[in-house]
Design a protein around this ligand. Structure first.
Ligand code: SF4
Length: 567
């Protein structure tokens, strides 16, 4: 495996052997290592000294169920700290088959044009993308597939990334060639835009599967993992209801963000539930599907295809986070409207969590009324047109709160919270507060733990364990739902790594990878100027309680400071 370093100024590629300290890492862990080794922590995230790094995880490349994810990272224009955002789709698998352990985009171009970066065989090519001007993600992906054929993987940005908006992500085509799998969080699409790369095409046809040192041992571990994954009840629940199955659970905990995080309970929750969505999709024939895999080989298939009454696809997938932030958080209880809003933000190449949070703040400021779906769509259109208000919204919740003078702004380190109110799920609140990634449920969600989520005691321990596990899974390239299988058969992680690489790691490898990754990320952030004061939930959430439990965030500062007790 190699590092491919692409200089966007000279339009050149250098292929390098891996440093020893990079060999044992992949995905999020390798990103963190490269960031610490090579990126000036105080650099301008949209300037020449930032790097945009793509790294498949350590076990990517074998179509292990749900384990072919791609991590993308750099310094975030949203948080000002380190950022990793991972996604499904084809990109991870294709990069691995070309032998690329990390693709690093460096510098900034001298002229204004837009380019496609095409990777194939052992070479990289720059081609003009100027004819994509004004196109959304869906139309651009279609043109790219026509131009480069249906077998390639594509990672691209939309108008949001072109405009340099801090909520812009990078979209990857899924196994059915739909550009739906987004490295959404932290504004990495704007970083790609600053390199003036509109799309990356990866053609793995000249490549091959990565070597496995011990095939028999790998097959045994794979079978054991598959069996454990299939035996878990959550595998069936996520297959049938997708992530939308979280809606009623969150509402029951009083943690469903409602009308800009002013309540944890939404009267329209039933109509936003996974159960209701399943019923709708089963009744609507045509393209609707209640389950769908974002990558080849995933047995969980937590995604869906949300079709309209005419049977035609509106968006795929419609996920809980979007339902929470663009539904309950905006007082909207129509899944059809949320699906349309989701399509629009996808087409713009934006993070639906960040835009949903920004729209909630705009409603709090009186710019529109909660529940008015048409007005919400019109505001998203302002982002597309690039009006000053649209650009404010597209730069995320923190900027929107500042510009509109709203103090109820649900962000940590400048990044919007996901659809779990930290006052009612306090362990996840600890994760929001302390994660080097800013507020992000994927950094360590605690809602499935059998604890009293309202009791502040013990939440720091819960979050620590969740954060270490997630950093470990992100380094492996495993979807968090693959964790259902790995959790039941933890030895399979060790066995897969030893079989693939010929290593001799022990049963603690997930913990070791997670801790090392978090330590590196924290080191980068410290050098960028972050202190303990940045590891806090917004002050208003410690004073303003939410219904139905009259809950505030009351985990002590000393508990927050003790999360990374090894670092
Ligand atoms: S479980 Fe869902 S998100 Fe994870 S790999 Fe499968 S389809 Fe993708």
């Amino acid at each position: 495996m190699e590092v491919w370093r692409v200089n966007v100024r000279s339009q050149s590629l250098s292929r390098e052997e891996l440093f020893q300290s990079w060999e044992r890492l992949g995905g999020r862990g390798l990103l963190a290592r490269i960031m610490v080794d090579e990126v000036i922590p105080t650099c301008n995230p949209l300037g020449p000294n930032n790097k945009l790094i793509f790294s498949p995880g350590l076990i990517v490349g074998h179509m292990l169920s749900s384990c072919d994810r791609i991590s993308v990272g750099g310094k975030s224009p949203l948080t000002g700290g380190i950022k990793e955002s991972n996604a499904g789709g084809r990109t991870g698998l294709h990069l691995t088959h070309l032998g690329i352990k990390a693709l690093i985009l460096e510098d900034e171009p001298e002229n204004e044009g837009w380019r496609v970066l095409r990777l194939e065989g052992d070479s990289a090519h720059f081609e003009s993308a100027n004819d994509f001007d004004g196109l959304g993600v869906y139309a651009a992906a279609e043109m790219l597939l026509k131009r480069y054929g249906k077998k390639v993987a594509i990672a691209l940005i939309g108008p949001g990334g072109v405009m340099g908006l801090a909520s812009a992500g990078i979209q990857n085509i899924d196994k059915d060639r739909v550009p739906s799998r987004i490295n959404a969080r932290g504004g990495l699409g704007a970083v790609m835009g600053s390199k003036r790369i509109r799309a990356i095409i990866i053609d793995k046809s000249g490549g091959s599967k990565p070597d496995i040192v011990d095939h028999e041992a790998f097959k045994r571990a794979q079978a054991e993992f598959n069996q454990a994954l299939m035996a878990q009840p959550q595998t069936t629940v996520y297959h049938d209801y997708g992530t939308a199955g979280m809606t009623l659970m969150c509402n029951g905990f009083g943690a469903l963000p409602t009308r800009n995080f002013s309540s944890g309970e939404f009267e329209g929750a039933e109509k936003l539930s996974g159960e209701y969505m399943r019923e709708i999709l089963l009744n609507r024939a045509g393209e609707s599907r209640t389950s769908h895999a974002c990558m080849a080989g995933c047995t969980i298939q937590c995604s869906n295809i949300f079709g309209g009454e005419d049977g035609k696809r509106i968006v795929s997938p419609l996920e809980y986070e979007t339902i929470g932030l663009m539904g309950a958080n905006l007082g909207i209880e129509s899944l059809d409207t949320i699906a349309r809003m989701n399509w629009e933000v996808n087409d713009l190449g934006l993070d639906s969590i960040e835009v949903g949070a920004a729209l909630g703040i705009a409603a709090d400021a009186g710019l529109w009324s909660f529940g008015d779906g048409n007005k919400a769509l019109a505001l998203i259109d302002e982002i597309r047109i690039g009006t000053p208000l649209g650009r404010v919204l597209g730069n995320g919740a923190a900027v929107t709160g500042k510009v509109l003078g709203v103090s109820r702004v649900p962000v940590v380190k400048g990044q919007a919270m996901s659809a779990y109110d930290p006052r009612a799920i306090k362990g996840t609140g600890v994760t929001y507060a302390t994660s080097p990634q800013g507020a992000d449920h994927t950094a360590g969600l605690t809602i499935r733990a059998k604890v009293d989520h309202l009791n502040p005691k013990g939440q720091a321990d819960l979050s620590r364990s969740a954060q270490i596990n997630m950093a470990g899974y992100d380094t492996l390239g495993a979807c968090s739902f693959a964790g259902f299988g790995f959790g039941a058969a933890p030895g399979t992680i060790r066995d897969l790594l030893n079989a693939r690489y010929g290593w001799k790691v022990n049963g603690d490898v997930l913990q070791d990878l997670g801790r090392e990754t978090l330590s590196l990320e924290r080191l980068f952030n410290r050098k960028a100027g972050f202190t303990r004061a940045d590891d806090r939930i917004p002050e208003w959430m410690t004073r303003e309680s939410i219904a139905p439990h009259d809950a505030v965030f009351d985990v002590s500062d000393s508990d927050l400071d003790a999360v990374f007790d090894w670092d």
